[in-house]
Design a protein around this ligand. Structure first.
Ligand code: HEC
Ligand SMILES: [Cu+2]
Length: 356
């Protein structure tokens, strides 16, 4: 009997109409990450597309070359000794002569590694200081990134733009540099900002301000994540960086700055639900009384590709499900389920999807 039921459950399709809805939902969420056939989306440090990442990449190749050399020498000597002094027929089994102390040999194996370590540290120190002290041109875009459990608050103080989880920056041109300078802070615990193809990791530490800059050479989407364990949903604290042409970036800024227009009549009830619910304590939304900063700014919610820092693709359906039960996508999430009635939930979602 048990064998039959196992076979039966194995032959069941994993996806499709037959599978329970939670499986389909999980797949929906996961496919965002797993079904990334585009190699450009693989966050590899060996394919840098931005200045700090390129410099770090060069340094890592140098360090790898030096350490590969050491490996070959050490491994070669071990292999040689093993072969040369192997047991042979006719060995008399006596211990070979034991030699103690040889100044030249001891000097060599102390000084050579010391020199290697010094060279590696100097090369690293040079790269660190070059990246940390790089002067930012006046054309640099300034961004504040504030880590929260488990999402990224993103503010452009000079441009008057506030968003979350999806950092938009212009592409840079060596002739006309447009780097982006990031001030990194945390609202709660230590997080780490890491977009491998754009720059090295930098921690966001409570009570401190760390800096980082990126200077992407190519437009497109780059994926990153929080790289410092920060609680249950750390794994779903993903980050998207969209690199635009300067014109597209200006267009994006303009669209994010535009205040929401008058609320169309049909969705006014949804806006009332929003304003009469605790949403406003945690979220900000321009043009309403909501000014909370515990959760992401919702002013241009539907301009984002994902909800919950990459936990699930953003659409009307997922948005509705997110508000109904946020921990379905992100167990342990710090947004509570608000227990709205179906009617209220529908009105609310009708309103939220107008926030472009
Ligand atoms: C106790 C505070 C709190 C309340 C109340 C709250 N939220 Fe949230 N909300 C959050 C937090 C925190 C997040 C970020 C969760 C994450 O990504 O880990 C969030 C995320 C969201 C998101 C996803 C935004 C994005 O860009 O990823 C939406 C949409 C949202 N909330 C809507 C609502 C609505 C609508 C209400 C009211 C019905 C509400 N929230 C009530 C704290 C709250
Ligand atoms: Cu984190």
């Amino acid at each position: 009997m048990p064998a039959a039921s196992t076979a039966n459950s194995r032959s069941r399709p994993i996806s499709g109409s037959g599978s329970p809805s939670w499986i389909r939902r999980v797949q929906g969420g996961v496919s965002l990450l797993a079904a990334a056939p585009d190699p450009a989306l693989i966050p590899s440090i060996f394919q840098p597309e931005s200045v700090p990442a390129e410099t770090i990449h060069q340094l890592s190749l140098f360090v790898l070359a030096v350490t590969a050399g050491i490996f070959l020498v050490v491994f070669g000597l071990i292999a040689y000794a093993t072969w040369r002094f192997r047991r042979r027929p006719g060995d008399d089994g006596r211990e070979p002569p034991q030699i103690y102390g040889s100044n030249p040999v001891e000097m060599a194996w102390t000084v050579v590694p010391l020199l290697i370590v010094v060279v590696l540290s100097l090369a690293t120190a040079r790269v660190i200081q070059e990246l940390q002290n790089a002067p930012m041109p006046p054309s640099a875009v300034e961004v504040e990134v504030i880590g929260h459990q488990w999402w990224w608050e993103i503010r452009y103080p000079k441009l008057g733009v506030v968003t979350a989880n999806e950092l938009h920056v212009p592409v840079s041109d060596p002739k006309e540099r447009r780097p982006t300078h990031l001030d990194l802070r945390s609202a709660d615990v230590i997080h780490s900002f890491w977009v491998p193809r754009l720059a090295g990791k930098t921690d966001l530490v409570p009570g401190r301000q760390n800096r980082l800059w990126i200077e992407p050479r190519r437009t497109g989407l780059f994926l990153g994540q929080c790289a410092e364990y920060c609680g249950t949903q750390h794994a779903k604290m993903l980050l998207r960086v969209v690199v635009h042409t300067p014109e597209d970036f200006a267009r994006w800024v303009a669209s994010q700055k535009s205040a929401p227009g008058p609320v169309p009549d049909p969705v006014a009830p949804g806006r009332r639900v929003f304003e009469q619910t605790a949403c406003i304590n945690c979220h900000a939304l321009d043009g309403t009384i909501a000014d909370g900063r515990f959760g992401p700014d919702l002013t241009h919610l539907m301009s984002r590709d994902t909800l919950g820092a990459g936990a699930v693709a953003n659409s009307r359906e997922t948005l509705k499900e997110w508000i109904r039960r946020p921990d379905r996508f992100k167990p342990g999430v710090l947004m509570p389920a608000m227990n709205l009635s179906d009617a209220e939930l529908n009105q609310l979602v009708d309103y939220l999807v107008t926030l472009r």
